[in-house]
Design a protein around this ligand. Structure first.
Ligand SMILES: Cc1cc2nc3c(=O)[nH]c(=O)nc-3n(C[C@H](O)[C@H](O)[C@H](O)COP(=O)(O)OP(=O)(O)OC[C@H]3O[C@@H](n4cnc5c(N)ncnc54)[C@H](O)[C@@H]3O)c2cc1C
Length: 492
């Protein structure tokens, strides 16, 4: 959680700001009431909340240009928002300002199968694109578990992963180009429909910049041919150790499955209660193991995966015999977070760390120890093949003491990820939640270099302030104060 104090506020007329926004996008595309603002005060990291002064829904790039120019004139910060499903406080408007909600820019502008790309507006929901591509035999490969809600703009900003990014790569591997509205209102296009343009890979720099470079207003994405066939297996293990050792052995055998996803015992219970797939409630861990590709040879690969699971103590390996069974399994996996409500806690905090795959048994044991130490129930469901862990800490956010324990427990898990040679985020980003970890991961020189890059796009830090960079110590360029949040005039 961020601890910095905000600069002194200089009053700006809220009415004037709202009137300008309405003039740009129309009154129907502006929200201002207190009840409406409460929806936008946080994302999935509910521990940190800040209400925006106004929420604006552009429907064109020209609208975005108008909004950011007005923000510059009024001296207020702004933040782009997709679906608000991010889990590290990326969508929190620290100190208030204008929230630019892209949900109404939701058109798929072009599908070009012959050249294997599509052009979409940023508010297109991830799975809509794959659904639109079905008749063509293609899909959009990055498939975060939130794909039924999250937007492609949000995926670009956070460089999202997903169950199938083990084989297919994360978002950055599927973005050919972006149109970006800079904080001063200029519109730039990096990349486009062709592969590998000359010069610096600015598209690659924008992907994963957590919305700190500007507002992504259009995206060119790569399309991926659907595999000819799948084999989907469910390994039932007595312990998390046996399941994680299976993962290392599968990869060590030179097999690159399409997905390797794990659920621990707590999640087995909640997912089974919700989806009733017959999961064995006494199992210590379940491992979804999927291979895909050409039909010829695929069964042989699936047999090898099964043999490795059994060698590591799988007491049973079930198979999805039909496409319907396979889809039911994935629906349950992707809906796992949604079943947390059945565990009887009002709040949960999803952590995101990554370790080298072979360290999974160690980090899982550490998580169990942290759970005992802090008296916090922790459930685990994760992209195990990537070494990407997602401990879900269950608590009641109305109790400050529980919040403190959750944060301390989270930090201890993330510190251990670093100690094991990993990092504090595999896919959700730094947001406002993990600022304090940046100096643990990077030297002051590294941070300064990143800050210079951000300043090239966003020199006065009005775009998505308070993200990514720690607010105190060791990160300022001489003669500037970029480590503080931007000076702003508060709407009153
Ligand atoms: C149940 C659940 C499962 C999840 N599973 C996964 C998973 O498997 N893999 C994974 O990677 N993540 C996962 N997430 C996290 C989250 O869904 C992703 O980070 C997703 O990419 C966020 O998209 P969004 O549209 O909700 O973006 P938001 O939450 O609205 O925004 C996220 C960040 O992107 C920025 N942003 C949004 N739109 C734009 C834009 N047009 N221009 C510039 N910046 C922008 C915002 O400022 C913010 O910093 C999950 C979340 C939930 C709730």
């Amino acid at each position: 959680m961020t601890t910095a104090t905000l600069p002194a506020k200089v009053p700006v007329s809220h009415a004037a700001l709202v009137a300008r926004m309405k003039a740009i996008v129309g009154a129907d595309n502006v929200l201002t009431s207190s009840a409406e603002m409460s929806v936008y005060e946080c994302d999935g990291f509910t521990i940190e909340k800040h209400r925006p002064d106004v929420v604006v829904f552009p429907t064109t790039t020209e609208h975005i240009v108008g909004i950011v120019k007005a923000c510059e004139e009024f001296g207020v910060p702004f933040l782009a928002r997709g679906a608000g499903t991010s889990l590290a406080g990326g969508c929190v408007l620290v100190g208030g300002g204008v929230m630019i909600a892209l949900a109404r820019m939701k058109r798929i502008l072009e599908i070009n199968v012959r050249d294997r790309y599509a052009v979409v507006e940023p508010g297109v929901v991830n799975v809509w694109l794959t659904n639109a591509l079905k008749p063509h035999g293609y899909h959009y490969a990055p498939d975060p578990s939130s794909q039924g809600a999250c937007t492609i703009g949000g995926n670009v900003a956070t460089n999202s992963g997903g169950p199938h990014t083990l084989k297919y790569g994360v978002t950055v591997n599927h973005i050919l180009g972006v149109e970006l509205v800079l904080p001063d209102g200029r519109v730039v296009t990096c990349g486009g429909p062709c592969e590998d343009g000359p010069g610096y890979d600015l598209t690659g720099a924008i992907v994963g910049s957590e919305g700190t470079f500007g507002v992504v207003s259009k995206v060119w994405v790569r399309l991926t041919r659907n595999p000819e066939a799948y084999r989907t297996l469910l390994g039932v293990f007595a312990s998390v150790d046996d399941a994680t050792n299976t993962i290392s052995d599968i990869i060590g055998a030179g097999i690159v499955p399409a997905a390797l996803e794990m659920l621990d015992q707590t999640f087995i219970g909640s997912v089974e209660a919700a989806y009733k797939l017959g999961f064995p409630l006494d199992a210590g861990a379940l491992l979804i193991m999927e291979v895909d590709g050409l039909t010829a040879g695929l069964q042989g690969e699936a047999d090898r995966v099964e043999a490795i699971a059994r060698k590591n103590g799988a007491r049973e390996v079930r198979k999805a015999n039909t496409e319907a069974e396979r889809l039911a399994l994935w629906k349950a996996r992707k809906g796992a977070f949604g079943t947390v409500g059945r565990l009887g806690f009002p709040s949960y905090c999803t952590q995101d760390g990554v370790v080298p795959r072979t360290k999974l048994p160690e980090i899982m044991r550490h998580i169990q120890g942290v759970s005992r130490k802090y008296g916090i129930t922790i459930a685990n469901v994760f992209h195990a093949g990537d070494g990407n862990i997602h401990p879900v800490l269950l608590f009641d956010e109305r109790d400050p003491e529980q919040v403190r324990r959750v944060l301390d427990a989270s930090h201890e898990i993330l510190d251990e990820c670093i100690r094991l040679g990993g990092s504090v985020t595999g896919e959700h980003g730094i947001g406002v939640e993990k600022l304090d970890f940046m100096p643990k991961l990077f030297t002051p020189a590294d941070l300064l270099f990143m800050l210079r890059l951000r300043n090239a796009f966003n020199p006065d830090n009005r775009c998505s302030p308070g993200k990514l960079f720690p607010t105190a110590g060791g990160c300022a360029e001489p003669g500037t104060t970029p480590q503080t949040r931007p000076g702003r005039r508060a709407a009153v």
